[in-house]
Design a protein around this ligand. Structure first.
Ligand code: FES
Length: 575
């Protein structure tokens, strides 16, 4: 990488340096905002992309935190400019934030490219904001450091610890089973989200923060710092300072990302028992970096990597505990034989350097290799005639006795059908049934929603059933659990074999053998394929139309086909 030694070589110099009418306009309008030459001339301009929004409950502290980032930028001799970008708040956005991940990725890429930005601080955290911003930054290839929002503080209900998402599903099942009164449920509602910040289980947000750190995009240790503690304020200031150094060093994503850093991302996801959603995001991010990651790569690592983080939904603890126990840096000290320690980080140092002084404080939260939560195969990739291009299951959050199972399918044609019939007392379902949901994939819903943890029918909940085999082309929340086969590819809406399943068909799940099979003979399947009628399209205009025309399947990362790769180094004309 080539450092920038002369301020005139800064990228922003193209906007502000020349003695011409266009640059006069740029400078004079900055001055119209009360900004003087001393503020910004010959200094790196740091774009702070802020996903704060009152629609995003997880980023509610970003309005204050951005002031700390700016303080760091100013301390280091840069000039900060804050740029609001689209926020993807998991709780309120419908039908699903995943529909909009690529839109934020496009916005991030174009915002970085079209403005006089020498380096960027990306402020995100809630699930899709992380991959979206990183995908955009990778394609724009402008020096970028990621500031994770940080997890919420641990929550408590009476004498019990509550983890967002995971315990909501758990206690909702108890409520449906008639074991929890309305007053108890209200109390849980009042305390399960204790502070600003992202879900404090190892859901998608925490998983993606860890992956951002594994790819080298954050300061060391940043992925688990709770959102509302003083350490997070100091992290924000330090991130601001670092961004200025990155501008001078021209430390672009293309100088960080290698096959080794993506291997580190996969290893990290597997050892933390991370969200299955991350598989899709890692494949998409690698695609932006022109590096290929496949489901096969994931499965190969899965056979070697133990789950060491004892965090919900796979384990017992929460992110605040993980941070106190040593965080990702501590965890990585246990996997030095697997990780690529030479991978570079935004600091300019290697991963090996950054864990040299790391340690584990609590061996129940971060297990040893001799005492793992799961020896290997915490997340598995399956194939078979039901999913020719693959599907995934988080076995670490499944019921062990169901990982080998054969049963009759109970099929729901789409989500409205599921909602209408799942709790029908006459539904022909037993604990052995395999619940199947169609039309919930990237194109199906549309947007690849988190419907993959199908609810257990109420009549079975009342009999004490708490898990069943469930299969869909949907995703599931990283905070979810259960024996749920997800991301079936190709999806049913595009005529994948899932579309041909009928109630009563037998399905065999064999996770140890990595197989998923529809036990219907080939002739009958060919007949059903012939008779299959594609559903009507969702939209004829607007963003949803663009999305459905160009989104790729789960095994390819669900990026838009025209966004894979990047226009590295392509600069806008300034006329
Ligand atoms: Fe934002 Fe879970 S809802 S991280």
């Amino acid at each position: 990488m080539t450092s920038v030694n002369d301020p005139k070589q800064l990228r922003s110099g193209r906007w502000f340096g020349p003695d011409d009418l266009r640059s006069f306009g740029h400078r004079s309008r900055f001055k119209g905002m009360g900004i003087d030459d001393q503020d910004f001339r010959d200094k790196p301009i740091i774009g702070i992309l802020n996903t704060w929004s009152e629609t995003n409950t997880c980023h509610s502290h970003f309005r204050e935190r951005v002031l700390e980032v700016k303080r760091g930028v100013l301390q280091a001799g840069g000039f900060p400019i804050e740029i609001p970008v689209m926020s993807l708040g998991e709780m309120l956005m419908k039908p699903t934030t995943m529909l909009y991940r690529n839109l934020l990725a496009m916005e991030t890429e174009e915002v970085l490219r079209c403005h006089p930005i020498d380096a960027a601080v990306l402020m995100g955290g809630c699930d899709k904001t992380v991959p979206a911003m990183l995908m955009g930054a990778i394609s724009a290839d402008i020096p970028s450091v990621f500031l994770p929002a940080g997890p919420m503080l641990n929550a408590y209900w009476r004498d019990t610890t509550l983890g967002s998402g995971t315990d909501a599903w758990k206690y909702w099942a108890e409520r449906c089973a008639g074991n929890l009164c309305e007053e108890d449920w209200k109390e849980i509602e009042n305390c399960i989200a204790r502070s600003a910040g992202t879900c404090m289980t190892m859901g998608t947000a925490s998983t993606m923060a860890c992956i951002a750190e594994a790819l080298g995009f954050t300061l060391p240790g940043a992925s688990s710092v709770p959102a509302v503690v003083a350490e997070h304020c100091r992290l924000a200031v330090a991130t601001g300072r670092l961004s200025v150094e990155m501008a001078w060093r021209n430390r672009k994503p293309s100088t960080l990302l290698t096959a080794g850093s993506f291997a580190n991302a996969m290893i990290t996801q597997l050892t933390i028992g991370g969200s299955t959603n991350a598989i899709v995001h890692v494949i998409a991010m690698a695609g932006r970096a022109r590096l290929k990651v496949t489901l096969g790569d994931y499965d190969a690592w899965s056979r070697k990597v133990p789950v060491l983080a004892n965090i919900r939904p796979s384990g017992k603890h929460l992110m605040e505990d993980f941070h106190r126990a040593g965080g990702l840096r501590g965890l990585w000290t246990r996997l030095t034989d697997l990780l690529d320690l030479s991978s570079r980080q935004v600091t300019g140092r290697t991963l090996g350097d950054s864990i040299a002084d790391a340690r584990v404080i609590d061996e129940d939260v971060i297990r040893t290799r001799e005492n793992p939560l799961v020896e290997h195969g915490g997340t598995c990739v399956l194939t078979g005639n039901l999913a020719p291009n693959g599907c995934v299951i988080k076995s670490s959050a499944s019921s062990g006795q169901l990982l080998r199972h054969q049963g009759p399918a109970v099929v729901f044609e789409n989500y409205p059908d599921l909602k209408k019939r799942i709790h029908d007392p006459d539904l022909p379902v037993t604990a052995d049934s395999v619940l199947v949901l169609k039309d919930a994939g990237p194109n199906g819903a549309p947007g690849f929603p988190e419907w993959g943890m199908l609810p257990i029918p109420e009549k079975l909940l009342k009999q004490g059933v708490r898990d069943m085999v469930r299969i869909s082309d949907a995703r599931m929340s990283g905070t979810s659990y259960g024996t749920c086969v997800l991301h079936v590819s190709p999806e049913s809406r595009l005529g994948g074999p899932l579309a041909w399943v009928q109630t009563g068909d037998r399905i065999e799940l064999d996770v140890p053998a990595r197989r998923i099979s529809l036990l219907v003979d080939d002739q009958e399947l060919a007949r059903r394929k012939e008779a299959w009628v594609p559903p009507r399209e969702h939209a004829s205009r607007g963003y949803t139309w663009l999305y459905t025309q160009h989104v790729t399947q789960a095994d390819r990362g669900c990026d838009f086909d025209f966004l894979e790769g990047g226009d590295y180094g392509k600069e806008p004309d300034i006329f």
